[in-house]
Ligand binder design. Sequence first.
Ligand code: ZN
Length: 59
Amino acid sequence: MSDKPSREELNALPVEAPDLEDETQHFYVCADCGQAVDMRRLGDVLHHEDPGHERLPEQ
Ligand SMILES: [Zn+2]
């Protein structure tokens, strides 16, 4: 079965996130690759959960 949604599809999902004054508060730094991850982008978050993953291309 390969009906897993793609990272882009996951990123497009609406996420309940409070409007924070500081945009940087939506980000955390991945302990694995050191890249800043936007917690509102579910696909990116799941990507960075994957052991041995590559850094994502910058948007
Ligand atoms: Zn990462």
